[in-house]
Design a binder for this molecule. Structure first.
Ligand SMILES: *[C@@H]1O[C@H](CO)[C@@H](O)[C@H](O)[C@H]1NC(C)=O
Length: 401
């Protein structure tokens, strides 16, 4: 009897404790909730504060320290960063074409330097928040966003018009819809992905191949439909494209909720350490892979894991006209010297695989190009590192053969 009493007593105690904890949690949430909502400026407030948002940064400077001194007692301190003028709603600070014109930067267009990062000097930086476009709506959530986004959120319908025949996207009322096509995959990205898995003889035509393929880099990704259809297959694709003549393709990808970034294979390494991806994909990415002794393929080589795949769907891989055949045979020769092997070539796609070890490199005659990179080159350094036309070998300690 006594035992039973003790048990009910401790049960009751536990119940009170739990209720107390919940009430406390509720109060804490309420406190931080009000703190946050008061800290966020409403759009109306920030627009009519009368300060020119761009020149406003000079006005701000004088009491900047004061603001920070008081930060502790003033949770609304963030309110004081002005919103930029609406004409800057497309500004991407270190990828600003106007800045390149204005500062007359001498960039080599054939090296794509104009698509690489060029950050403005201190006094040309806008200390303001980029405003959303007029009529901005809360984005449609994944997975519905794979197929449609609000038109108001991406005021570029030019690309939609240009690509309508290729089935990339269509404007439909207040939405832009993505039928899952691409320049290369008219039948939809899902069928294309299954076809690739089939070419690689992966069980069940599943590209993830039981978890062996998890990280994919898609270069020249368009609106990233390839990446969009990989996500449900447990594969994360980083989709990469420059902010080129097509307007900002990446913005569509991000609005859809697909991992993507603005970038280009130009003169600097991409921002990933060596051996980051199991598969790199390029379908009609319009990259001249033969330029500068294959420097761009050598960058892909650095990024691929041992045995990683390069899936290439481009006229160079299948067209029979003289020009494309010439490019194909040069590419084939270059990649052979890089020890990549053709795994399969079918229809409009060729898939190469990078070697699993250093042994093939060691078997090449010593003067074979491309040379191996110097052992002083850190293959994992990526910030502002200039690419070199050399092969990144596996470290001797990890891959002794
Ligand atoms: C741009 O780079 C290419 C390839 O390295 C080079 O041949 C060319 O002379 C460069 N052009 C200019 C204007 O520097």
């Amino acid at each position: 009897m006594k035992m039973k009493n003790e048990v009910t007593y401790s049960r009751r105690l536990l119940k009170y404790l739990m209720v107390g904890l919940l009430v406390l949690l509720g109060l804490v949430c309420l406190y931080y909730g009000t703190l946050l909502s008061s800290g966020l400026p409403s759009a109306d407030e920030s627009f009519d504060d009368g300060v020119d948002p761009v020149t406003g940064r000079y006005v701000l400077k004088k009491d900047f320290d004061e603001l920070f001194d008081d930060e502790e007692h003033n949770p609304e301190v963030l309110k004081s960063i002005p919103v930029c003028d609406l004409r800057y709603s497309e500004l991407i600070p270190c990828l600003d074409r106007n800045l390149i014109y204005q500062t007359k930067l001498k960039l080599n267009l054939s090296l794509m330097e104009h698509y690489e990062r060029h950050c403005p000097h201190q006094d040309r930086r806008y200390n303001c928040l980029i405003p959303p476009p007029i009529g901005y709506k809360i984005p449609i959530r994944w997975p519905a966003s794979r197929d449609q986004v609000w038109k108001a959120n991406i005021p570029h319908t030019h690309l939609a018009k240009e690509k309508s025949d290729q089935n990339w996207m269509i404007v439909d009322g207040d939405k832009i819809k993505f039928p899952g096509g691409g320049t290369h995959f008219h039948d939809g990205a899902d069928k294309y992905i299954m076809a690739i898995a089939g070419m690689l003889k992966f069980p069940g035509e599943r590209l993830s191949n039981g978890g062996h393929i998890r990280n994919v880099l898609d270069v020249g990704c368009g609106v990233a439909s390839f990446g969009a259809y990989l996500l449900p297959l447990n594969i994360i694709a980083m989709s990469l494209a420059p902010n080129d003549v097509h307007e900002n393709q990446i913005q569509f990808a991000l609005e859809r909720g697909i991992p993507a970034t603005l970038g280009v294979l130009g003169t600097k390494r991409l921002q990933y350490p060596s051996r980051s991806f199991e598969l790199v994909h390029c379908s009609r990415c319009r990259i001249d892979w033969l330029q500068r002794d294959g420097i761009l393929l050598l960058e892909l080589d650095r990024l691929l894991r041992p045995g990683g795949y390069f899936v290439y769907s481009s006229p160079e891989a299948y067209s029979h006209d003289a020009e494309n055949r010439k490019i194909w045979s040069s590419m084939y020769d270059l990649l052979r010297r890089m020890c990549w092997r053709v795994v399969v070539r079918r229809d409009q796609t060729v898939i190469w695989a990078k070697p699993l070890s250093n042994s093939c490199y060691m078997k090449r005659t010593p003067e074979t190009l491309p040379l191996l990179c110097s052992s002083h080159d850190d293959p994992d350094a990526t910030w502002n590192v200039i690419m070199k036309a050399c092969i990144t070998p596996y470290s001797a300690s990890m891959y002794p053969f």
